[in-house]
Design a protein around this ligand. Sequence first.
Ligand code: B4P
Length: 200
Amino acid sequence: MFNFILFGPPGSGKGTQSEKIVGRFGFIHLSTGNLLRQEIQDRTPLGMEAKNIMDKGQLVPDEVVVGMIDSCLEKHRDAKGFLFDGFPRTIAQAEALDKLLSLKKTSIRKLLALDVTEDELVKRLLKRGETSGRSDDTDEVVIRKRFNVYKAETEPVAAYYERDGKLERIAGEGSVDDIFKKLSGLIQTEIDTQQSVSAQ
Ligand code: B4P
């Protein structure tokens, strides 16, 4: 199994690149943001609680998102691999993910981190807010709050995977296609390396 994390601040292009990556490599795409927005759309009790939190630019509790990921992993037992998008966002989520994957005798191959400057991120999110209807994208105060939460709680996740040599940093500014070329090159290298090890 090939499991990758697509990592980066809000608006860095995780959702945009994930769609292209799963299209090319056939992984299962697990976006906690999309799963939460689906709960909101379905007006479930979990969705109502999540909306309140997301509208303030805060993170949904770890046990809620870990539970969602656990049931998705169960649903796709025969997957060729998973692309985690927007998850893990805290060290507790990273530890929980490692445990869930080790129970399935697999692990994360690489965390692919998109680097984008804060000014560019604000521009992208406000632009998306004009058309997406996402209430967390229309107010610059909420967007700045999301960056602060990212720096305090999510950035340490990159260092957590760096300890095991799993961190790859990618410049996330430029055309969507150029960024996709860099990401898909890194993923293909991992697949080729694994296949040559297995062939020996
Ligand atoms: P997410 O849904 O994960 O989304 P995001 O971080 O806002 O954006 P993403 O990086 O995917 O940006 P995109 O490609 O769309 O999170 C939303 C909220 O859900 C969080 O704030 C949190 O409250 C909650 N949540 C989610 N996961 C959680 C977890 N694990 N734990 C707790 N809470 C959680 O790109 C943004 C825009 O940029 C788009 O309009 C796109 O068109 C544009 N763009 C992309 N690439 C570009 C490029 N190269 N150049 C120019 N524009 C580009």
